[in-house]
Design a protein around this ligand. Structure first.
Ligand code: PEP
Length: 258
């Protein structure tokens, strides 16, 4: 595809929390606590997002109203509506006030057999509804050990992104599968290597616009390692699982940007 020419500013980082299948209505106290901490800052140099389970999205959108916290979904169906028991459309997420949707998380790819092509369709469904789609990619431990990390990421990016995607409607999250929920992380140099590879692939495909995409790192990000991981080249924020469940830990990660 022909490269599009535009001047692109460095992307504003995004620190996003993925609550997975955790949190009842009482978890709104964490949103309140986070909102209170953020309200004390004159300027917030990153965007802040929490993606709770679907049943609490509407409540937490209300809870976060007027604050610097945005709320998103963890998955969406490709269709607007229809006979798809148990699924949720991007339009439904948008209707209750979500701003983002995560698609292609490795747990969905593994648990539900989601392919790159399906992930691309789900991301496009997010765009159709006016959401920003966070597209996850990442290698397994076996793939890393076999020296296939960069080729796996290249293939996932190729298949999971559409040619009409752009930095305003899409965020990339690099999440090595072996680092998710394990307490293990790649070294800063390894993170930088993969993120720089992702940036190059984005520029090769989208031209100068490729520099505008936010590329998040995810996998065992904690308050204690966030500053180092966020300082790696081409890292524009974090996608955080376990440490996003409490306001104290999540704020500790956001603090990498303060
Ligand atoms: C995740 O599942 O997106 C994730 C990064 O989890 P954790 O931070 O718990 O490793």
């Amino acid at each position: 595809m022909a490269a599009r020419k535009t001047t692109v500013r460095a992307p504003k980082p995004l620190v996003a929390g993925n609550w997975k299948m955790n949190g009842l209505r009482g978890a709104k106290k964490e949103i309140n606590a986070l909102a209170k901490k953020l309200s004390k800052l004159d300027r917030l140099p990153c965007d802040v997002l929490i993606c709770p389970p679907t049943p609490t999205i509407a409540l937490l959108v209300e809870t976060a109203k007027g604050s610097k916290v945005r709320i998103g979904g963890q998955d969406c169906h490709t269709q607007v509506s229809g006979a798809h028991t148990g699924d949720v459309s991007a339009e439904m997420l948008k209707d209750v006030g979500a701003k983002y949707v995560i698609v292609g998380h490795s747990e969905r790819r593994a648990d539900h057999g989601e392919t790159n092509a399906l992930v691309a369709q789900k991301a496009a469904a997010g765009h159709r509804a006016g959401l920003i789609s966070i597209v996850c990619v990442g290698e397994t431990e076996a793939e890393r050990d076999a020296g296939k990390t960069l080729s796996v990421i290249t293939a996932q990016l190729k298949g999971s992104l559409g040619d009409d995607f752009d930095p305003k409607n899409t965020v990339i999250a690099y999440e090595p599968v072996w680092a998710i929920g394990t307490g293990r992380t790649p070294t800063t140099a390894e993170v930088g290597q993969v993120h720089t590879h992702i940036r190059k692939r984005l520029v090769a495909r989208f031209g100068e616009q490729g520099n505008g995409y936010r590329v998040l790192y995810g996998g065992s990000v904690k308050p204690t390692n966030a500053e180092e991981l966020m300082a790696a080249p081409n890292v524009n924020g974090a996608l955080v699982g376990g440490a996003s469940l409490t306001a104290a830990d999540f704020y500790g990660i956001i603090s990498a940007y303060l």
